[in-house]
Design a protein around this ligand. Structure first.
Ligand code: PAF
Length: 296
């Protein structure tokens, strides 16, 4: 069967088109655009959860057509084992999307996206160099490679990203500004989705054992408490030392970094925190790397 096709997914509640190749997708989107339809876009790496669905719902409220990409982008993994271990379940993802507000899925192969290696280097300065940029060298360059390709293919009116990857949104905005001046789409940051007990939704949560899942709760609890401390006027130094002490009290958790940074520049903040700062944290829970953040 040729891959140059779109088909109407069957056994789902509604018709959802699935594209594996770039050219037929571009043609279909051009058709829709010429009828005046607006396009909302959600980029994902699959293993979808309610956090992704909340982006799809928002995109559906604000656009005529919702396009979701599913692509585990190899160039953004700086660790081979992490890439191999990344959860994949395309059928479950299709079914979840078809039962929500998604109209079109783009789930290409690696060869379709990278027929030749992408050697582009995105120079974005400190926004991509601090925190995740420091601990995951090359990660944001890979994110910029894939997101710039997806933006060029889909050319959405609005693109939705989850605030759990706070720094990623800042990097994508900077990338679009500097390297894609022709891109007129709006980049929209959507609130973090949490379980009822506070754990930030993440595709990586499936790797947690019940005991590690319990330990992971300490991350959001600590951030909520830190925000309370900030609201009560406590200084940055005491907030950071509280976070470090709290996280180290659980034997399963190992803090990689915690930083209080300016919510726009992502540089360490020196002035008063309120309404200006975000706390970003990365913690290993066993072998699973979890990130979270909270705006102050
Ligand atoms: O946030 C993610 O899942 C990925 O980094 C993204 C934006 C889909 C790019 O691969």
């Amino acid at each position: 069967m040729s891959l140059s096709f779109s088909y109407f997914a069957q056994n789902f509640n509604k018709k959802m088109e699935i594209f594996k190749e770039i050219e037929p997708l571009k043609k279909r989107l051009q058709e829709l655009r010429s009828k005046g339809q607006t396009i909302g876009f959600v980029a994902t790496m699959g293993a979808l959860h309610q956090g992704h669905i909340s982006l799809v719902e928002r995109a559906s409220q604000e656009n005529d057509i919702v396009v979701v990409s599913i692509f585990v982008n190899p160039t953004q993994f700086n660790n081979k084992e992490d890439l191999e271990k990344y959860p994949r379940d395309l059928d479950a993802d299709y079914s979840l999307l078809a039962n929500n507000e998604c109209d079109i899925v783009f789930s290409p192969s690696v060869e379709e996206i990278y027929p030749i290696p992408d050697t582009r280097q995105f120079e974005l300065g400190s926004v991509s160099e601090v925190m995740e940029g420091k601990y995951r060298p090359g990660h944001f360059n890979g994110v910029c490679q894939i997101v710039s390709k997806l933006f060029a293919i889909i050319n959405p009116n609005k693109a939705y990203f989850g605030q759990k990857d706070y720094q990623q949104i800042a990097v994508i905005r900077a990338m679009a500004r500097k390297y894609m001046p022709e891109f007129l789409g709006e980049i929209i940051s959507c609130p973090i989705k949490r379980e009822a007990d506070g754990l930030a939704l993440s595709s990586r949560n499936v790797h947690l054992s019940p005991e590690q899942r319990q330990s992971a709760l300490l991350i959001s609890k600590t951030l909520f408490k830190a925000k309370e401390m900030s609201d009560n006027g406590e200084n940055q130094k005491s907030i950071v030392s509280f976070i470090k002490k709290n996280i180290s009290s659980d034997a399963n958790l190992c803090l990689e970094y915690v930083e209080i940074v300016d919510k726009n520049t992502l540089l360490p903040i020196t002035t008063t925190l309120k309404n200006k700062a975000v706390i970003c944290i990365t913690v290993y829970d066993g072998k699973t790397r979890l990130i979270d953040n909270i705006l102050l």
